[in-house]
Design a protein around this ligand. Structure first.
Ligand code: BGC
Length: 720
């Protein structure tokens, strides 16, 4: 229910003012940075100073001083003194940068993700930001797509837990509270399913796939109270997502009861014309508003055509008011009518950003996000060995360009070298071929070949660390790749270093699973280092020295080769699965296994865990499954116990495995604990062929284990 204030505003605002409220523009439209050429973008969008005075929100305007000044100026000019809403992409931290979301997904620790969002909210709110375009809940299966880095991963359940944790972290109990910001779930819906992994490309998935795999994480974010939803660039069932009434009116509003605000993605309303769904700007505006998109980001069709659409009866005043009501309610919920600056405070901004407490939180989340993929008794390194000679090579050995996308303003980054020097003060370090890797975006595809010099420099080392990967600029939006191999000179570096006869530890810095299969024989240990943020170097040093025992697990499968993509654990069975069909006519590749290189849920530790006594019993509430987990090593460690189910026969086919729960337990050396999971009938529901969300009784395999490829199984029969 809108307040009296909002109803009064709606009665007195002009239609032009309302259409302005429904428009979002970048700060330079407001003349914030006088050095910017205002006429360019103003001319492009055809907006007058009168239009700008009524605009309701801005994006990516950073800094308390700037935002306070902009708010004052705008409110003085806005006919009703309505405050601007300041939104921004605060994706994995603000000044203190946390690991990319895909890496945080690998922590399997929602509380870590919540902490990262909480710190980001504190810092960004002090800088005058009131809402973040995060979390991105898009499910991802295709590492060619650059934006896999912004998603928690390939699993609906894990993504849902991470998404709701992020919403909680940003918003707390109430986004109006000091230090909190509102969250926006994006991109609704199915953006992660772009064909061929090419950004913005066609999406064509069935209604069942949409419901079963793609929607749960968005839904969880809505249920967690996210105040906003952003449309996606792709089409859904042949209609641009933002204009798709099935998505926005039916599913989001009616089925899920979302009462918040919907915003378009950047100029996405305009792109309905390019898609060939709207013939011109007027039709684009009509379709977007009609489908329920309240705010048009960075295009101006609402302002230009809204009035004539109402006059022609193609849009009703109720539709306009519905949208304006959503926006004003959001402003009210954030307390902007009382305090339009919210938490903007230059002093606090300075004190909070990159403060020791935030950096410590970033270091903790970063070390939880690292995944140890291989370890042939090389790691951990002995940090106390006097004079241990450590070779450091590769483009990420000394680089500070390791924050990952959406982290442009980050400073104070700890490089790998700095982290290692801090954690291994008695060691001696030798470097070679540490030149930065250029970006494909800039037409640079490799580093210069200084392999021979590097090998010469490092030949006396006791252990060699090869820090390789991809440039962070080649991950994220508009950063799709078809080849996921390391660049040729990086591969050569690892091959040649291995020939020195010393243990080689390969650290992979990337925003996506890279194709590292060819490198595995040449690396004695492999660490997936992602882009871990401000404390990347210290967190990696914690892992390499064993100050932190790795606990991360892959939240996305690593393909053997690009030709296998998409490869993900929770797939359906075929009628001819490998091993069951006779002769050659089985579902397989002739030149590659069906399995990924590293499966979902996989990750090593310096401890070793043994699973036993798996039980699954049926009771009144459903199924109670339990297992004994023992640390059979001498090292204390954290194990992520995962529980999967398989519904053996249904009225529609069911995935071979579905994650239903996970629990992290710390086990002292040789300690044993029981871990149990409750699986209710509700948790076994799925969408049948009429898209009803039903439980069907029958047989279920319950699986508990260390990863999706390493489980103990019990079969149970569960009735109505
Ligand atoms: C991206 C969004 C982002 C928006 C605003 C778009 O290009 O797809 O994820 O929030 O820009 O920066």
């Amino acid at each position: 229910m809108a307040s009296q204030r909002i109803e009064e505003l709606l009665r007195s605002m002009s239609l032009e003012e309302k259409l302005g409220e429904m428009t979002q523009l970048a700060p330079f439209f407001f003349g914030v940075d006088e050095s910017m050429d205002l006429t360019g973008p103003m001319a492009e969008l055809g907006l007058s100073p009168e239009d700008i005075k009524c605009v309701g929100s801005t994006l990516n305007s950073f800094g308390a001083e700037q935002n306070i000044a902009l708010q004052k100026k705008h409110m003085a000019e806005q006919p009703h003194g309505i405050p601007l809403l300041f939104m921004a992409d605060v994706i994995h931290g603000y000044r203190t940068v946390f690991p990319i979301p895909l890496a945080m997904g690998c922590s399997f620790h929602p509380a870590a993700c919540e902490k990262a969002a909480e710190v980001a909210a504190k810092e960004s709110s002090a800088s005058g930001i009131q809402l973040t375009f995060a979390p991105m809940a898009d499910l991802v299966r295709d590492p060619r797509w650059g934006r896999v880095m912004e998603s928690p991963g390939e699993d609906p359940y894990l993504n849902a837990r991470m998404t709701e944790a992020a919403v909680k972290g940003f918003q707390g109990e109430d986004p109006k509270a000091p230090g909190r910001i509102a969250a926006c779930i994006k991109h609704f819906a199915g953006y992660g399913a772009a064909e061929g992994g090419r950004d913005y490309n066609t999406v064509d998935i069935s209604a069942g796939t949409l419901r079963e795999y793609y929607l749960p994480a968005y839904h969880a974010g809505i249920d967690a109270g996210a105040k906003m939803v952003m449309t996606s660039f792709n089409i859904m069932d042949r209609i641009p997502a933002g204009a798709n009434e099935m998505l926005f009116d039916q599913i989001l509003r009616k089925e899920w009861g979302f009462t918040g605000t919907v915003i378009s993605d950047f100029a996405a309303a305009n792109e309905t014309i390019v898609h060939g769904y709207a013939k011109d700007g007027a039709e684009a505006a009509q379709r977007y508003i009609h489908a329920g998109c309240d705010i048009e980001m960075m295009s101006s069709h609402y302002i230009h055509y809204g009035k004539e659409l109402v006059e022609q009866g193609k849009l009703t005043m109720e539709e306009i008011d519905r949208s304006v009501r959503h926006i004003l309610e959001l402003k009210e919920e954030l307390g902007l009518f009382e305090n339009p600056f919210k938490d903007a405070d230059a002093e606090r901004e300075k004190a909070l950003c990159l403060c020791p407490e935030h950096r410590e939180a970033a270091r903790q989340v970063a070390r939880e996000s690292v995944v140890l993929l291989k370890n042939e008794q090389v790691l951990p390194l002995d940090a106390n060995r006097e004079g241990l000679k450590v070779g450091l090579a590769g483009p990420f050995a000394v680089s500070k360009n390791i924050l990952g996308g959406w982290a442009g303003t980050g400073t104070g980054v700890a490089s790998l070298e700095a982290g290692l020097r801090e954690m291994m003060p008695k060691a001696e370090f030798v470097t070679g071929m540490t030149e930065e890797l250029g970006a494909m975006q800039d037409g640079i595809f490799d580093v210069e070949d200084h392999v021979a010099e590097a090998c010469e420099a490092l030949k006396e080392c006791d252990v060699i660390i090869a820090a390789v990967g991809e440039n962070p600029a080649d991950t994220g939006e508009a950063a799709s790749r078809t080849c996921l191999r390391l660049s040729p000179n990086q591969e050569k570096l690892v091959y040649e270093l291995k020939k020195l006869g010393k243990p080689v530890v390969m650290l992979v810095f990337s925003g996506r699973p890279l194709e590292i299969r060819p490198m595995l024989p040449y690396a004695d240990a492999v660490v997936q280092a992602w882009f871990l943020g401000t404390e990347a170097g210290t967190a990696l040093a914690d892992i390499l020295t064993g100050a932190y025992n790795p606990s991360g697990r892959l939240s996305i499968s690593f393909p053997q080769t690009v030709g296998q993509i998409p490869v993900y654990y929770n797939h359906y069975n075929t009628g001819r699965p490998l091993g069951s069909a006779e002769g050659r006519y089985a579902s397989r590749y002739l030149d590659c296994p069906n399995e990924p290189l590293f499966p979902f849920g996989y990750g090593l530790s310096y401890s070793e865990f043994r699973y036993s006594d798996m039980r699954a019993v049926v009771d009144d509430e459903g199924i109670l499954a339990s297992v004994q987990v023992e640390n059979i090593s001498d090292v204390v460690g954290v194990e992520t116990v995962q529980c999967y189910t398989h519904d053996l026969a249904g009225s529609v086919v069911r995935p071979l495995m579905e994650l239903k729960g996970f629990e992290q337990i710390e086990l002292a050396a040789h300690e044993k604990k029981e871990v149990s999971f409750r699986i209710t009938r509700d948790m076994l529901r799925f969408h049948n062929d009429r898209l009803e969300f039903v439980f069907e009784p029958g047989e279920f395999d319950i699986m508990i284990g260390h990863s999706s490829a390493d489980v103990l199984t019990q079969r149970v029969t569960l009735g109505e």
